[in-house]
Ligand binder design. Sequence first.
Ligand code: ADP
Ligand code: MG
Length: 594
Amino acid sequence: MSDVIKLLPDTIANQIAAGEVIQRPASVVKELLENAIDAGSTEIRLDVKDAGKTLVMVTDNGRGMSETDARMSIERHATSKISSADDLFAIRTMGFRGEALASIAAIAQMEIKTKTEDASLGTKLVIKGGKVEEQLPEQSATGTQIAVKNLFFNVPARRKFLKSDNVELRHIIDEFERVALANPDIKFVFHHNGTELFNLPKSRLKQRIIGIFGKKYDEKLVPLKQETTVVNISGFVLKPDSARKTRGEQFFFVNGRFIKSAYLHMMVARAYEELIPQGYYPGYFIYLELDPGFIDINIHPTKTEIKFEDERTVGMLLNSSVKQAIGMHNVAPTLDFDQETSFNVPPLPSGSVPKPPQISYKEGFNPFETGREKPTEKHWEAIETFYSDAKSAPPESGSDSIFDEEKRAVQAMQVKRKYILSSINSGLIVIHQSRAHQRILFDEILEGMSRSEGTSQQLLFPETVNLTPADMLLVKELADDLRLMGFDFSEFGKTTVVIRGIPPVASGTEGSRLLAEVLESFRAFSAIDNLGQSQKLALSLAFKSAVKTGKALSEEEMLDLIDRLFSCENPATLPDGRKIYYTLSLDELNNRFN
Ligand code: ADP
Ligand code: MG
């Protein structure tokens, strides 16, 4: 047999390698931003078109590249950042593998314009499919501009895998936020389709966080500071009472690099134990500085996971400094924590023990957590039997056919302010009160939206709401549906809206809070594939406006809820699959007593 092994041509090898480094437009954003940072830039601008599918362009004022370096930069394993294996243990730069530009060049069209300080003219390179097609001298400012066009133009299979613009842009914003949070001393500007999403001047960390997440963070942040021989810990944690039901602002940075660590997250979460209800996540922006020799960032190709030489020590130190920060905050709330330097709080008098902070638990519970499982076959059967009864006797007729003769007497009772228990012809039914109400409201809201009425309950005083750039973007995307749902608002400046009316189902709620909460649940529901945008929105509003677990209901209210639930077309489950009720047949009950 003849020899069959061939070396792959570089272009193909690069395309394959690219698969590992570049999964989506956001990966390009990350690599280009990191290169700009490594080049010592103080100002970085990101321009994106069509969620990065058409263009990702990063312009920096860093040290630039010589003509030769510019050509070299797109070669595989071409890097200026390490030259020997030993350097791997002292990495201070974001990149070091020398494969990002080679990978990107292999799967996109690329233009590099760059100039070093001492050169009088810069260089422009046009690259297609990994090959330099054009090289010209060009007049330009010191720094580098790299434009990446038509990502995956030559790998249609990968292009197909890209998600909607909405989703891809969210990934880009996530990467941008991480890089911007890691480098508050660098100015960042970010434009999408010509609209400015972020403009973050060089600032202190606190200002940077506020610039990204909004003014409301001003009061939520508690500074963190601990210097030890192993690790220096700094940054901010959020006060326990601003913990949220959805994962959101959890950021770890190690030596300026965003990382994910389930272990470190757990050590932080433990510091909040007892201070926040189950199912809530504490927020944090935590920066760890360690000797690069104590960590291994080589472990993961996209480098969001790293290995610590002594993870447990780091974890314990982290846990204690978070505890201390939130403890101090609660013991001495009058101290001025506004300044980032305010960690120099005098130590407590010796012998005194910090009081455990008193935080009241939020009422209500997180329905995201449970009941996601699909009904089993058996369950469906029970539901269907029951349901067919319900169908044959529409509740509005007042018929008692599903509910037995006891209806007028003890029709329904509430259990633990969470479930409604009732006797029915075939046995027993247990209804989840909050979910039942969510189903009723969901149907009502969707019906209202389809009639395109957009009935709105006008507020007495219009409310001005400041949103984060990301939320503002979402509001713009959802604007039509939000209006159909009953939000009456207009844009007012880049990140401000004025709310004049709210959906009638949420009457009595503060407009700004309602909008923020609807956006938050929309994000939580956005992972559910089989729901359309308006359904997700309707579900978010229903979720937000429904009666909660923990609310005592009168018998009349329970009866009303049951009646309305069973006039819904699908009373058994919520659109995302959560069960609304459970039935127990008389036979099953009888069996229990055998
Ligand atoms: P790495 O960052 O791992 O070294 P890259 O493929 O990302 O690999 O970049 C290759 C090289 O190109 C870098 O080592 C650097 O010398 C040069 N380079 C890339 N982007 C820039 C930039 N924005 N400014 C200056 N030099 C750059
Ligand atoms: Mg790089």
